[in-house]
Design a binder for this molecule. Structure first.
Ligand SMILES: [Fe+2]
Ligand SMILES: [Fe+2]
Length: 278
């Protein structure tokens, strides 16, 4: 995270250089070398299977999310973001496919039925977003900053969720698969965070509006109309909360996100983990 004495232009230059390096390092998930013959040898907790089903579906929703992002000219006209969105879409699709493959092999080995994949909702952009999409200038900058901050929030959650699930699952093949996915989520998180940081550092409007916006409207990845319900997310959370380190992880995520300019009071992960407080 850049220091407060660094100018906004310096932060942008430095962060964009780091984003280009992240793009250069991107590579589709490779799971061919995993020991697929051993899948099913270890019985999984039903909650772990439910969480895999949730993430298989949510990873598959990415195409719908991209439609919303791509509708905004300020977001899409940034060539680095434009290039990233293509890479991101392909990598998330590969995550969904890898989890689906694991579930199929596991189900066949243990004679189980696994729920079929939930279809991705028909991509649509709400009317207010279509109106915003036509606006450039400071509002366009604000919308692009919101996209990047929202993306960082979700990628930080998925990265930590996969790590917790890898520790929880007892199956070394699945743990390796999940850690490889988590490593890609870490790259996605870094990209979105670096983009959000320079945009917030450059815009007092973004620093003022976005914390309130996220505090009131952020929902964990996958939750929303036509997507997953809040109850389904809470079931996933209950599985991840079984880890002794989960409380520490929630606080660490909040600390990291609160380090963004203007975000120091935000505690979105604690709110999501404590529905009564949300
Ligand atoms: Fe993913
Ligand atoms: Fe991701």
């Amino acid at each position: 995270m850049a220091t407060t004495t660094t100018s906004a232009a310096d932060i942008r230059r430095s962060n964009e250089a780091r984003c280009r390096r992240i793009l250069e390092r991107s590579q589709l998930l490779d799971v061919d070398d995993l020991d697929w013959g051993r899948v099913g040898a270890v019985e999984l907790d039903p909650g772990v299977i439910d969480t895999l089903v949730y993430m298989r579906d949510v990873e598959g929703f990415t195409d719908s999310y991209v439609v919303g992002l791509a509708a905004h000219k300020t977001t899409l006209s940034d060539p680095i973001v434009h290039a990233f969105l293509e890479v991101w879409q392909a990598e998330e699709a590969a995550h969904s496919q890898a989890i689906a493959e694991y579930l199929e092999v596991y189900a066949a080995a243990r004679g189980l039925d696994i729920p079929p994949a939930q279809a991705s909702p028909v991509p649509s952009v709400p009317r207010y977003e279509r109106a915003l999409a036509r606006v450039g200038g400071p509002v366009g900058t604000l919308v692009a900053a919101a996209h990047m901050a929202w993306g960082a929030a979700n990628e930080l959650l998925t990265m930590n969720g996969y790590r917790l699930l890898a520790d929880q699952c007892d199956d070394p093949v699945l743990a390796e698969l999940l850690r490889r996915i988590a490593a890609q989520e870490a790259r996605h998180y870094s990209f979105y965070l670096l983009q959000a940081e320079w945009r917030l550092a450059s815009s007092r409007l973004a620093r003022t509006v976005l914390p309130r916006f996220l505090d009131g409207s952020w929902t964990p990845v996958g939750v929303g109309d036509g997507y997953k319900t809040a109850e389904e997310f809470q079931r996933v959370l209950a599985v991840l909360n079984a880890r002794p380190e989960s409380e520490r992880v929630i606080d660490r995520m909040d600390r990291r996100f609160a380090a963004l300019p203007g975000f120091d009071r935000l505690r979105i992960y604690r709110q999501a983990a404590t529905p009564a407080a949300a």
